[in-house]
Design a protein around this ligand. Structure first.
Ligand SMILES: Cc1ncc(COP(=O)(O)O)c(C=O)c1O
Length: 436
């Protein structure tokens, strides 16, 4: 056992006695090397042994301003002095909703939830209520949270068992998801208008919603090809289907108005979480008045004890105000462009075939091929082993990003030039150490 991680390993042994596999969310599990973080500040985190990492995971994306941002902490602390939760609406929920409606194109009305999973669950229920149909169409490799209806053919399901791209087989992401739900789920390949059109033509009368990550934030940040999102929207409009744009990763990250602003295409409904509150628990779904008006109390069951709680609402109030009034995302994008260029140059010099993927605020890359991936299969056909080796080398050198290309890098406003220099220098070392 390396001394460097002695306390981490010991704490993990304790954790797994009382928490299955020592983690409260499966995605944090790293076997016997599961990481335990004691604190974070800005773009850095420290594990319980005091090892410091430049953090490009940022809690899977939410930490957009940086860890422990004092402005957000102050707003939350002040708000909590007079309570957190009531059986009624709090003024701050109204202020935050008004700000979101102002910032996000296509968002006429919004309801709060507590996690991305809840937001997509509510959006799907509303789409079903609005259309009177039951089936959901999703894209292979897209992830929309832990609920039964979307945990099909995510990045965790092997592409090799998914059948032909012409007729993808929906695959449960693990046990515990009822087989009966398969009849309510259709899966299409991303960036394939013909395949989508074929499915919709055959089944449109059953389809309540097409749910899509506008950028495949759970598959290396694969971008939609020009016209693809527009095509999805047009199919929905033509067949009375609700388009749910899942902005849980892209919202308040690739633009103040998320992907709807970035690509100029709106869903009928959008879902938000992550960057909305710099890591505090709040989420939202909303969209056009026509669909949101179907949400009538007691006619459509949507709500939750903690929806709109003040911890989340105050954090969102501060985070979104900072975004609306300062060029946070422009700064992140500028850092991201330099990072992408630097990583790419180093791999080129080292003779590693690669393709840089995704927008500057959540970039990804794949190795072993220089072909730009257009769907989940392309990502899984890259050299996952080499990618993981480089990522492991980076972790050992104090830079953390996911060891699987499916999860992109996440950047925050607190990453600075010194972080950039250190990241590139260490990347150069890590690449040279494992070069094939
Ligand atoms: C696109 C997308 N939708 C939904 C979710 C689920 O969000 P949460 O983990 O907050 O439930 C995630 C989580 O990573 C996501 O990436």
């Amino acid at each position: 056992m390396s001394n460097k991680y002695m306390k981490t390993r010991a704490l993990y042994q304790r954790a797994k006695q009382v928490i299955p596999y020592g983690v409260h969310s499966n995605f944090r599990y790293g076997g016997e090397e599961t990481v335990i973080i004691a604190r974070g500040k800005g773009g850095h985190v420290w594990d319980v042994d005091g090892n410091e990492f430049i953090d490009y995971r940022l809690a899977f994306g939410p930490v957009i301003l940086g860890h422990a941002d004092e402005r957000v902490t102050a707003r939350v602390t002040a708000a909590l002095q007079s309570g957190n939760l009531y059986a009624h609406t709090h003024p701050m929920e109204v202020t935050v909703a008004e700000r979101m409606v102002r910032m996000c194109p296509g968002l006429d009305m919004v309801r709060f939830a507590n996690s991305g999973t809840e937001a997509t669950m509510h959006a799907i229920r509303l789409a079903r209520a609005h259309t009177g149909r039951d089936v959901i169409l999703k894209f292979q490799g897209c992830y929309h949270g832990f609920q039964d209806y979307t945990l099909w053919s995510t990045a965790g399901s092997p592409a090799s068992a998914a059948g032909s791209a012409r007729s993808l087989i929906p695959m449960q992401s693990g046990s515990g998801i009822p087989r009966a739900i398969r009849d309510l789920v259709l899966v299409a390949p991303f960036n394939d208008p013909e395949a989508l059109e074929r499915i919709v033509k055959a089944r449109w009368g059953d389809i309540a919603a097409i749910i899509i990550e506008p950028i495949m934030g759970n598959s290396a940040s694969v971008m939609p090809e020009p016209g693809f999102l527009e095509f999805v929207r047009a199919q929905c409009d033509a067949h009375g289907i609700v388009m749910i744009m899942d902005e849980v990763k892209t919202g308040f990250r690739i633009g103040n108005g998320g992907a709807t602003e970035y690509f100029g295409v709106q869903g009928h409904l959008m879902t938000y979480a992550k960057a909305m509150a710099n890591g505090f628990p709040i989420a939202a779904f909303g969209g056009c008045k026509e669909v949101m008006s179907t949400l009538v109390p007691y006619e459509v069951s949507i709500g939750g004890t903690y929806c709109g709680n003040l911890v989340g609402a105050a954090a969102a109030d501060a985070t979104l105000e900072i975004m609306e009034t300062t060029p946070v995302l422009a700064q992140i994008a500028s850092y991201g462009e330099k990072l992408k260029r630097g990583l790419s140059d180093i791999m080129t010099e080292a003779g590693i075939e690669h393709a840089m993927v995704g927008p500057a605020a959540m970039p990804g890359f794949i190795v072993g091929t220089s072909k730009q991936p257009k769907n989940f299969r392309d990502v899984t056909n890259s050299d996952l082993g080499l990618y993981a080796k480089i990522a492991k080398g980076m972790f050992e050198r104090g830079v953390e990003y996911e060891d699987d290309p499916r999860e992109p890098f996440f950047l925050c406003a607190a990453h600075n030039d010194s972080d950039l220099g250190n990241t590139l220098e260490r990347f150069n070392d890590a690449v040279r150490a494992v070069r094939p």
